[in-house]
Design a protein around this ligand. Structure first.
Ligand code: ATP
Length: 590
């Protein structure tokens, strides 16, 4: 398991990904700073209007000759306000554009890197991973980091700047009043952070309850028939009600607690404002500060509370962004398989050999001493009970896993000296669990050879007995296969994968015969398609049907990872060993 990264290491990785977009991002963040300076200065400018009015009115009251409301001064202040307001709006727009653009491009780069990484990871990595986990890494984690950069980063920077700039502005007005606010601030911070800390686990429980509720509903629907048949409706109802109740309870507590933050911090703020206003009025009367400054100061008290509330809420988002970054970058740091830069391999197949091959998925050995010799064009049937190692044998041939000892050779050349591309290009796969992707039938058929012409595709489909079926579809070869491939039957899918193998025309074929029961007509179609695809081709067949076994040039009988018997059908039957037992048992069933 790779080591978790520290916060600093995550930031270093992120900085690396930002390389082409750093200037944009930093300019965007600089503009956030400009916005905060303006935000801090605006109340003081507004206060200047009040101060000017107060001055003019006082002079008029005193009967000073020529005293009047100096509209020109007020208009000048208003124009100044308009100017800074325009700068603020422009900064906001430009910074939003720059941040979004740089962050989305960075996320695109990260997603690209993940996609490339997936292709460079050893197959064994995927054994230990849930597909869902990988998907969530690509989608959710990247999204969380993106949101964190887009919103959280600018909000955190904004909040810190507001705090600093507003503090400076308050100090310039009156130090004692600033101190009074600073006494109240820790109380507000404690309330905010305390409530968030208490409510967060409840929000987590609410999320968990929601997941439980969804799982319960999902099960209720998917297992509806079983629930009814086994008369478990009451139990199912109980489970649903419990999950529902748990969700209500945690949701109520979480919302109630977080809802208390606003009123309680406001209460402390109002008390502070009361005290500051009282002291401030005395200062105004004493002529230490102006009325406009007092007005601005009271605005600042509200403004300085904002960052504290924001930071308390953002702390959770920062944490989850850090976890997401950690998962992403730990994944991107994983060891990759190094491809071999060997001589290209373009010769026709003459021989395939397993020489004293040892292998185990973990510490436990599975194969201890596997020896096979195959001549070009032969059909090799691999038989054995479930878990005997049949699939493993073909996985080793494709070099999905590295062997622990011995060698696998093609034409006498160790496959470890070939590049993955050259090696895997030799093979065609027809597996039980036919894999098709969301695209047209033609694209699916051309998967192994993109340059294949339409006529070659049609020829392949004809040989695989699936052309007529494709013709019955409304769009023929351009018909779309949906995401799960559920709009075609299992048997047809298999015929399509056989056609795909025929179109690729590989030198070696690996065929995992279907065990799922298909109707006799389809079985015949499948059988003859398989015969065609195996004809004159070196083929490894994980065999389940007697016909393949009988006609194979070599039958390998596997047990507990090793080959316990090998030979032709007749020879093995005559021997009366494991194969004979297996064959007779199957024959009795047929
Ligand atoms: N990726 C893996 N990681 C760990 N163990 C594995 C892995 N794949 C297979 N095994 C184990 O190796 C042994 C051989 O498995 P393999 O799939 O090769 O058998 P098989 O003969 O093809 O079985 P089946 O007919 O059921 O497909 C089994 O004990 C299996 O549990």
């Amino acid at each position: 398991m790779p080591k978790k990264l520290t916060f600093k290491q995550c930031l270093v990785h992120l900085w690396g990904f930002l390389k082409d977009h750093r200037v944009k991002l930093l300019t965007g963040l600089f503009l956030v700073l400009v916005m905060q300076v303006i935000y801090a200065v605006m109340p003081s400018i507004e206060g200047m209007i009040t101060t000017q009015l107060q001055l003019d009115v006082t002079q008029m009251a005193k009967g000073v000759p020529g005293a009047h409301i100096q509209m020109n001064v007020i208009v000048r202040i208003l124009l100044m306000l308009l100017g800074v307001y325009l700068i603020k709006i422009t900064s906001q727009l430009v910074s939003a554009f720059l941040l979004t653009d740089s962050i989305q491009k960075t996320m695109e780069d990260i997603r690209d890197a993940i996609e490339k990484k997936i292709n460079r990871l050893p197959v064994s990595y995927f054994d230990a991973q849930e597909t869902g986990d990988l998907l969530s890494r690509i989608t959710n984690d990247v999204e969380t980091v993106s949101n964190a950069l887009q919103q959280t980063l600018s909000r955190v920077i904004g909040a810190v700047c507001t705090f600093v700039f507003v503090s400076i502005m308050m100090c310039t007005i009156n130090l004692v009043m600033t101190l009074m606010v600073y006494v109240a601030l820790p109380v507000i911070a404690m309330i905010s952070f305390g409530f968030v800390k208490k409510s967060q686990p409840l929000f987590d429980t609410q999320q968990q309850s929601l997941a439980d509720l969804n799982a319960t509903i999902n099960e209720l629907y998917s297992g509806f028939n079983e629930i009814v048949i086994y008369d478990q409706q009451e139990k199912a109802k109980d489970r649903f009600q419990k999950a529902n109740e748990a969700m209500r309870e945690s949701g109520f507590k979480a919302l109630f607690l977080s809802g208390l933050i606003g009123p309680t911090t406001s209460l402390v703020t109002y008390v502070t404002i009361g005290c500051v206003a009282l002291y401030g009025c005395l200062q105004v009367l004493a002529g230490v500060i102006t009325l406009g400054q007092l007005q601005a100061f009271i605005r600042y008290i509200w403004n300085i509370n904002d960052p504290i509330a924001q930071l308390s809420q953002l702390s959770n988002q920062v944490q989850s962004a850090f976890s997401a970054m950690n998962r992403l970058f730990t994944f991107l740091d994983m060891d990759e398989v190094m491809d071999t830069q060997g001589e290209p391999f373009h010769e026709p197949i003459r021989t395939i050999d397993f020489e004293r091959v040892r292998f185990g998925y973990g510490q436990e050995p599975l194969m201890r001493d596997v020896n096979i010799h195959v001549e070009a064009g032969q059909t090799i049937a691999i038989v054995g009970p479930t878990g005997a190692g049949k699939t493993t044998l073909t996985n080793l041939l494709l070099r999905f896993y590295e062997i622990g000892g011995g060698a696998i050779k093609i034409n006498g050349r160790d496959i470890r000296t070939m590049s993955y591309h050259d090696l895997r290009d030799l093979f065609g796969l027809v597996l039980q669990d036919a894999w098709l992707f969301e695209d047209t039938i033609e694209q699916n058929l051309k998967y192994g050879r993109h340059e294949a012409l339409r006529c070659e595709v049609v020829e392949g489909a004809k040989q695989a007995n699936v052309h007529h079926y494709i013709r019955t579809l409304s769009n023929g070869y351009d018909s779309l296969i949906n995401e799960s491939g559920s709009n075609i039957s299992q048997g047809e899918k298999q015929l399509l994968t056989i056609a795909r193998a025929l179109i690729k025309d590989p030198k070696i074929l690996i065929l995992d015969e279907a065990t799922s029961s298909v109707d006799t007509r389809l079985e015949k179609r499948l059988q003859s398609a398989m015969d065609v695809v195996m004809r004159n081709r070196t083929s490894f067949v994980i065999a389940h049907r007697l016909s393949t076994i009988v006609n194979a040039d070599l039958i390998l009988v596997m047990q507990h990872g090793d080959i316990v018997e090998s030979g032709t059908h007749e020879a093995l039957l005559e021997k009366g060993g494991e194969y004979a037992k297996l064959y007779n048992a199957q024959f009795a069933q047929e």
